[in-house]
Ligand binder design. Structure first.
Ligand SMILES: Cc1cc2nc3c(=O)[nH]c(=O)nc-3n(C[C@H](O)[C@H](O)[C@H](O)COP(=O)(O)OP(=O)(O)OC[C@H]3O[C@@H](n4cnc5c(N)ncnc54)[C@H](O)[C@@H]3O)c2cc1C
Length: 387
């Protein structure tokens, strides 16, 4: 007979390890299958921000921003020093699409939605502009400073995985899910590990495979409901130099999109883009056009910095399909169940910042399906350790 688990999670990105932790802490026997390595997918290719997402105010995603700001505060407490509060600067030029008044209004709303004492922002005096890492001052009308947080996304993913293991979750790296079939109240799950096909059974199955979510759903029987979605590539470039003051929130000269210029491991990280992607998620990589677009952003704000690309990477967002453009689409995670009494939940999209909240929601959906167990902790308070 195959091994029996309460919960089997497919995917070792931030969402998968988050669910594994939430399940294990609730006392459930948990197995996580990851085909390659922890954070091998999008969770090592994000912009590495733990933030409410100031720009989501423009698309009126107030609930998402409020929830993410709450999670930011939680992560600053439980994941220090992996999650660090940082100053963010927004320069506004004569040619900027957003006026100083509009930015100030956005920051006021951001502050109102924030929990705790750290929502403040300032408008810098012009005499301080020269201290901003060589930011172009010609045509500059205003600079705002506010505070959000930065992390190492892959390290955060590994820290959450370790926490899940401490509560008994089994994490199998190099274990590729190949199919599952509903048999009575359970799913029989097959995966390949160390060259052989192995099986196990789950009372609850979670598809947390990020951009592979659709591929994985197509291997589950009987065919569960599907959600039409797009894969949207976001690229980053790494260039020489450092930024001492903080992170810069800029508008791309070509199209006015928000692009961040950030300090990262003694280098500068600039991103991101939004390019429709079709094909195998494993091959996502920055295109020449994306690289040129990001170099243009960097040099138009920091003319003295070198645009020489030392490295680049790209990740894929999963955005449920709607008539809106990519930027305006909801960034909240969408949970798709196999029926009214769910045994399978697939996670579409979501944010690194909100992984803990998403995991709680997933486990909440299994309430009444999984037997009651005594909880052994609360993920809002469990300290995530860095080795
Ligand atoms: C460019 C970009 C920038 C972003 N920036 C931010 C940001 O700054 N802040 C923020 O909060 N959010 C950000 N996000 C969102 C965030 O990064 C993602 O929501 C999150 O990383 C997705 O995690 P995931 O676990 O769903 O997917 P992934 O990290 O892609 O994990 C899926 C995992 O499933 C595994 N897998 C796939 N198929 C199988 C299989 N058959 N068997 C076993 N394993 C399998 C893969 O190997 C992979 O490791 C960004 C997203 C993008 C694309």
């Amino acid at each position: 007979m195959s091994a029996r688990f309460d919960v089997v999670v497919i995917g070792g990105g931030i969402q998968g390890v988050g669910v594994a932790q939430a399940a294990a802490v609730r006392g459930y026997s948990t197995l996580l299958l990851e085909q390659e390595d922890l954070a091998a997918g999008t969770s090592s290719r994000s912009s590495k921000l733990i933030h409410g997402g100031l720009r989501y105010l423009e698309s009126r995603q107030f609930g998402l921003v409020r929830e993410s700001l709450r999670e930011r505060e939680t992560l600053l407490k439980i994941a220090a020093p992996l999650v660090e509060r940082k100053a963010f600067y927004i320069p506004v030029y004569a040619h900027s699409r957003r006026s100083p008044a509009r930015i100030a209004a956005g920051l006021l709303l951001y502050r109102a939605l924030a929990h705790g004492p750290h929502g403040g922002f300032q408008r810098l005096a012009p005499r301080d502009w020269d201290k901003l890492d060589g930011l172009k001052t010609a045509g500059l009308k205003a600079v705002f400073r506010y505070y959000d947080a930065q992390t190492d996304d892959a390290a955060l993913t590994r820290a959450v995985a370790r926490s899940a293991q401490e509560f008994g979750a089994e994490i199998r790296i190099g274990a590729r899910f190949i199919g599952a079939e509903r048999v009575g109240p359970r799913y029989e799950v097959r995966f390949v590990s160390a060259g052989s096909v192995t099986s196990c059974s789950a009372q609850a199955l979670v598809n947390a495979t990020g951009p592979w979510v659709g591929q994985v759903l197509s291997r589950i029987l009987p065919g569960p409901p599907r959600l039409r979605h797009d894969l949207v590539q976001g690229a980053h470039i790494i260039t020489p130099g450092t930024l001492h003051e903080g992170l810069y929130y800029t508008e791309a000269p070509r199209d006015g999109r928000a692009v961040f210029v950030m300090p990262w491991r003694g280098r500068i990280l600039t991103g991101t883009t939004e390019t429709a992607y079709v094909g195998d998620p494993a091959f996502s990589a920055a295109t020449r056009d994306e690289i040129a677009y990001l170099q243009e952003v960097l040099t138009s704000y920091f003319p003295d910095l070198s645009p020489t690309v030392e490295d680049s990477f790209a990740g894929l967002r999963v955005l449920p399909r709607t008539p809106q453009g990519f930027s305006a689409r909801a960034r909240e995670a969408v949970l798709l169940a196999d029926g009214p009494v769910p045994r399978l939940i697939s996670i579409f999209g979501g944010k690194l910042t909100a992984y803990r909240h998403t995991a709680d929601e997933v486990m909440g959906r299994f309430k009444g399906v999984l037997p009651e167990r005594a909880a052994r902790g609360d993920t809002r308070r469990l300290i995530l350790s860095v080795p």
